[in-house]
Ligand binder design. Structure first.
Ligand code: NDP
Length: 256
């Protein structure tokens, strides 16, 4: 009875930024549990690469191109997917970008706006546009990917724009959860620690990694599948009483 609650058979799950990294791993976890997956990414090549990786493992996966910063794109994707598949049960709003290395006082408008456009606006646009279909059906589960950076200030890298965008995701999650709680749609978030992905590999050097690991009680970075299993839990009926939560999967980072 308990294990059954983790099954996702017959459900349709959409993962933004699902072509690689954490998003791809979330897509795989939900696929393994039985869901039909729609991988969304900004570039067709990346979306198709993610789709083909999962298809090669025997899963039912489709790819779509959408830019989460463009409302005409998120709305069109949500409407088309709902029409094609007849339902949308899960949204994992994972698409995000990381930038760092610029002090707050030197931050150009474009840097602030571009990070917040993907990480914050993009999460709202997708929650709103996919959420409408869930509300119409009276059921659904949304999992937003926030960050431990929404709780703490990372060091040594400077990244006010990123940290603030992720804190906003956590509160957006709680706000939507309350509005939609009585209408069958749960909204939760996951706040990961540093995860081994293209995003961190782009910025990491030995000195930075040393500081990161010293700041982490578990003394290691996480792997994408360690976030995917939390996302799977929150998206499944096993989390039927949970909404508005941001679950820290942070190797103890925020405890110090
Ligand atoms: P990756 O950069 O590996 O993957 C992010 C994906 O999102 C890419 O496929 C990227 O495509 C896509 N994407 C970016 N912008 C858009 C857009 N406008 N529309 C649609 N898709 C877009 O990152 P991770 O897998 O590491 O990160 C995934 C999420 O987890 C992000 O929200 C990130 O902030 C969060 N996170 C990551 C941590 C980490 O240490 N890695 C820690 C905490 C949180 P493209 O290549 O075209 O940009």
């Amino acid at each position: 009875m308990f294990f059954e609650k983790f099954r996702m058979d017959g459900r349709v799950a959409v993962v933004t930024g699902g072509g690689r990294g954490i998003g791809l791993s979330c897509a795989e976890a939900l696929a393994e549990a039985g869901a039909t997956i729609v991988v969304i990414d900004r570039e067709a090549g990346l979306a198709e690469e993610g789709r083909d990786t999962l298809r090669a493992k025997g899963y039912t996966v489709e790819a779509r191109v959408a830019d989460v910063t463009k409302t005409e794109s998120t709305r069109a994707a949500a409407d088309e997917i709902a029409a094609t598949f007849g339902r949308i049960d899960v949204l994992v709003a994972n698409a995000g970008i990381a930038r760092s290395g610029t002090a707050a006082e030197d931050t150009p408008d474009e840097l602030w706006l571009s990070v917040n456009d993907v990480n914050y606006n993009g999460v709202f646009w997708t929650n709103r546009d996919f959420g409408r279909h869930m509300l119409k059906a009276g059921r659904g589960a949304i999992v937003n990917i926030g960050s431990m950076s929404g709780y703490i200030v990372n060091r040594p890298q400077l990244q006010t724009y990123y940290n603030a965008s992720k804190a906003a995701v956590h509160h957006l999650t709680a706000s939507l959860a309350v509005e939609w709680a009585s209408r069958g749609v749960r909204v939760n978030a996951v706040a990961p620690t540093y995860i081994d992905s293209a995003m961190t590999r782009a910025v990491i050097d030995e000195a930075t990694l040393d500081v990161w690991l010293r700041d982490t009680p578990m003394g290691r970075m996480g792997q994408p599948d360690e976030i995917a299993s939390v996302v799977h839990f929150l998206a499944s009926d096993a989390a039927s009483l949970i909404t508005g939560a941001t679950v820290k999967a942070d190797a103890g980072f925020t405890c110090w």
